[in-house]
Write a protein that binds this ligand. Structure first.
Ligand SMILES: C=C(OP(=O)(O)O)C(=O)O
Ligand SMILES: [Mg+2]
Length: 572
């Protein structure tokens, strides 16, 4: 029977394919005493052998579809399977204590994981804990006779159905086969959603209980424009959505004609449309979509994709590739923003009740200066190769900015003294904490630019977790409170002769962009796939009319919805 589910539209486009449930099975077991030791060690042996051949197969496919580097993690897993200190210890425990294999495996794995995690001075060994966990899960699944999902083995078109997708899960999906994804939890600005937009696949997040409502292999339609998920569609549904997919493709082809066009309003005013990227690989998408700049390079993915802290040279190579790749166009590189929902296995952070209010971004950089200075040196060296803008995330106070800037100046002086070439660069901050937005007039005297991070600015202003679907109604970019903060930031920058951009998701939103044009925002940075849509929209706007509309939006409208209506009516 056909059912329609609803979630939060997180990435545009329409997809029709069968469901692939990326759900962790229940691996609980109970401890029991055994009589037949040989039978139990045979069960263990067979689970290890099955795990090994599965890993071999995953490794082969992963190396072909994702690249040799991504595949190497599976070598590490196979090494653990072959390590007598680990699997030998499980066998020994079964023999000595006459317990079932599941319980012996769990005990030994826990000992190893605790041991690795305690090695706080050796991040490489700490990371092995995650490998032991993964391998243990695989052996356990075979012992219990349940199946683990293996997304790397997908070799036909599917729609991924998951409770949530971490940034690293999303990075492992092969775009050739993964046509869309839907998740139980998350909001429009969760990193999985941002990732979907950069992969250019439709996505719906925060859809409630899709992992139980949708069964494996059921046919599913995902409409990433509206947030509708149709399960077991009728032939008429399929025809309707095929038509919508066709129209969307035609619309995209129309926008594509604007690729090399200058971004101009109807009255000839230019606005800079930039792309947000996560890795140098995203550069192609940015230039294909006509980006005039990179307005946000989120460097944390460099750290997340690496098994240990990336070296200065690794970072230099990545930054240089992006800066050179943009051929003199500006590139805003944001220093590491780890914490919140982004974790590094080799940099254990304290468990926090409110990670988004905790130890993240510049707060980590200022206390772990070894990590920060390495990144700054790599950036300063890369500045010689084009137009660099360095940006600090999550700045709350002037002192934090001054401290970060002083460290940058120190590293520059050291490099210059060593005879290393350093180019020109600007230094700016993200405005994503209300404290900094309110004091933007003070900050504007000291920084070269602002980039407003609405994803965080909205969550902190509204006190509503950006990834929590229960409070996603409070993600209100057009709420007059948010707009007034944005106006204050833009006006403060202009008063000091500085520029203000926006790199939060709101910059690429067709309702928000006209208001921002009216407020005089200088630079709009967004997922690359939104650029042409916004360029096309801007061609229709008159800046004086938008300024009047923005004034109403700030001073006459009372709610977010009032402003949606105001923009729609004005653009009619
Ligand atoms: C762009 C932003 O940063 P991130 O989404 O990486 O937190 C933001 O907060 O708006
Ligand atoms: Mg942010």
């Amino acid at each position: 029977m056909t059912t329609t589910l609803k979630g939060i539209a997180a990435s545009d486009g329409v997809a029709i394919a069968k469901a692939y449930l990326l759900v962790q099975p229940d691996l609980s077991f109970s401890k029991s005493a055994i009589n037949d030791v040989t039978k139990e060690t045979d069960r263990l042996q067979s689970a290890i052998a099955k795990s090994n051949s599965e890993l071999q197969q995953i490794r082969d496919i992963a190396s072909k579809s994702l690249g040799e580097e991504e595949a190497q993690v599976f070598d590490a897993h196979m090494m653990i399977l072959a390590d007598p200190e680990f699997t030998g210890a499980v066998k020994q425990k079964i023999e000595d204590e006459k317990v079932n294999a599941e319980s012996a495996l769990d005990d030994v794995a826990t000992t190893f994981i605790n041991m690795f995690e305690a090695m706080t001075d050796n991040p490489y060994m700490q990371e092995r804990a995650a490998d032991v966990r993964d391998v243990t899960k695989r052996i356990m699944a075979h012992l219990l006779g349940v199946e683990l999902p293996n997304p790397a083995l997908i070799d036909e078109e599917v729609i991924i159905v998951a409770h949530d997708l971490t940034p690293s899960d999303t990075a492992q999906l092969n775009k050739k086969y993964v046509k869309a994804f839907v998740t139980d939890i998350g909001g429009r600005t969760a990193h999985s959603a941002i990732m979907a937009r950069s992969l250019e696949i439709p996505a719906i997040v925060g859809a409630g209980t899709v992992t139980t409502d949708i069964k494996a292999d059921q046919q599913v339609i995902v409409d990433g424009n509206t947030g509708d998920i149709v399960v077991e569609p009728t032939a008429a549904d399929v025809a309707k959505y095929q038509q919508l997919a066709k129209e969307y493709a035609a619309q995209k082809a129309e926008w594509a004609k604007l690729r090399d066009a200058r971004t101009e309003t109807a009255d000839g005013k230019h606005f800079e449309l930039a792309a947000n990227i996560g890795t140098p690989k995203d550069l192609a998408g940015a230039t294909d979509n006509g980006a005039e700049a990179i307005g946000l390079y989120r460097t944390e993915f460099l750290y997340m994709d690496s098994p240990e802290l990336p070296t200065e040279d690794d970072q230099f190579d990545a930054y240089k590739a992006v800066i050179e790749g943009m051929n003199g166009k500006p590139v805003v590189v944001r220093t590491m923003d780890i914490g919140g929902d982004k974790h590094l296995p080799y940099l254990p952070l304290p468990e926090e009740m409110n990670p988004f209010l905790g130890y993240r971004a510049i707060r980590i950089s200022l206390s772990r200066q070894d990590i920060f200075r390495t990144q700054l040196r790599a950036l300063l060296r890369a500045s010689a190769f084009g137009h660099l803008r360095i940006m600090f995330p999550m700045i709350a106070t002037l002192q934090e900015f001054r401290q970060a800037k002083a460290i940058l100046d120190e590293e520059k002086a050291k490099l210059v003294a060593e005879g290393t070439e350093v180019g020109k660069y600007e230094v700016g901050i993200m405005i994503e904490i209300p404290a900094a937005a309110v004091l933007a007039d003070q900050f504007a005297k000291e920084v070269d630019f602002f980039s407003i991070g609405t994803n965080d600015l909205i969550q902190y202003t509204m006190a509503a977790d950006r990834g929590n679907e229960h409070v996603s109604y409070l993600y209100q970019p057009y709420n007059p409170s948010i707009l007034r903060l944005v106006k204050h930031v833009i006006d403060s920058a202009h008063k000091e002769g500085k520029w203000a951009g926006m790199c939060g998701e709101a910059a690429g939103d067709p309702i928000m962009a006209p208001i921002l044009v009216g407020l005089g925002l200088d630079e709009f940075s967004m997922g690359a796939t939104s650029i042409l849509k916004i360029r096309s929209l801007m061609k229709r706007l008159d800046t004086a009319e938008m300024a009047k509309m923005a004034d109403k939006a700030l001073n006459e409208s009372l709610t977010n919805d009032d402003n949606i209506k105001l923009v729609k009516d004005t653009l009619k």
